[in-house]
Design a protein. Structure first.
Length: 317
């Protein structure tokens, strides 16, 4: 069965028919298309100059030499829906077909996420009303189980710093303790000037989902509607004087030889920290290497004449 056999040709506009004709001529040439259509040279001239209509039989012949993807790129989305029978002439949808398309799309992860984003962005209030009954059953209460969840059971970044947990608890007890999960509470958290409250709220929603006190639909909607606190990252230049550099290197030379060597490698060679550490880790002056281009085997580190490592070290401050 050809890909276009299910199309309703009566729903393809004249403008789209001419667009398909022009595309076929540009791809295959005028004579090839004329042969496919079985048209005379005069008829072909009239078709190309919009003086004759591309009827259904000619449209079928044109579709036989192009792909479905090419057809979809040429025909407007609205006409494609009409041709497929999803959109009726009066503008109404064929609900059975539309629902079938949604069912198929839900099996594709990308389309499923696209549908969820579109629904959240365009039908937020409707979703909140639909989820209202599910929201009303959960009560916010700080307990040892929540603290354990923050420290040990969160799937992503765990909260282990005691100061952070203490701060979260103060926010929770002041703004969330004893509150019932509801649309009003969601609005309250969204509009609160302290954006850290969003983080606390999201952590507790994850805890409720972990305890199976809210369904997956409610959890997904809440995590989508309440964004985490945003972080503004910027570069702040800080000028370091030459005197400070000398002072720091002298201190490191006397107290931390390894750090001193790393800083010297970075300063003298313009190396990244990771590269300097790698050089120190892999440093092996007695290793013998082969230089294939000149057929030579030599030690990796060779000192010529009076240029020795000890002499180099003596020059460092």
């Amino acid at each position: 069965m050809e890909w276009y056999s299910s199309l309703d040709f009566s729903k393809v506009s004249d403008e789209d028919r001419f667009r398909i004709l022009d595309y076929a001529v540009s791809k295959f040439g005028r004579e090839k298309v004329r042969e496919v259509l079985g048209a005379s040279r005069i008829t072909m001239w009239r078709l190309l100059n919009r003086q004759a209509r591309v009827d259904d039989s000619k449209l079928r012949a044109l579709l036989s030499i192009i792909t479905q993807r090419e057809f979809e790129s040429l025909v407007s989305a609205r006409d494609r829906l009409r041709a497929l029978g999803i959109l009726r002439d009066d503008g109404a949808l064929d609900y059975a077909l539309a629902l079938e398309i949604l069912a198929l799309a839900s099996r594709d992860e990308y389309l499923r996420q696209a549908i969820l984003r579109f629904t959240v962005e365009n039908f937020r209030e409707d979703l909140r009303r639909m989820l209202g009954l599910s929201l009303a059953h959960a009560v916010f209460k700080w307990d040892p189980g929540f603290e354990e969840f923050l420290r040990e059971r969160k799937k992503r970044r765990k909260v282990v710093d005691p100061g952070t947990i203490a701060y979260y608890r103060r926010l929770f007890e002041k703004h969330l303790e004893g509150k019932i999960l509801s649309e009003e509470l969601v609005d309250y958290v969204l509009s609160h000037p302290n954006k850290w409250l969003r983080n606390v709220f999201r952590h507790y929603v994850q805890y409720l989902y972990y305890l199976r006190k809210i369904p997956p639909e409610t959890y997904g909607w809440l995590m989508e509607i309440i964004p985490s606190r945003s972080y503004r990252l910027d570069v702040r230049p800080y000028q370091i004087s030459l005197e400070e550099v000398v002072k720091s290197l002298k201190y490191l030379k006397e107290h931390h030889e390894k750090y001193y060597l790393i800083f010297r490698l970075m300063l003298e060679g313009g190396l990244r920290l990771s590269h300097a550490i790698h050089i120190m880790k892999m440093f092996s002056p007695d290793e013998v290497v082969e230089i294939r281009e000149v057929g030579l085997e030599t030690q990796r580190l060779v000192c010529f004449q009076d240029f020795h490592v000890s002499a180099l070290k003596s020059r460092i401050f």
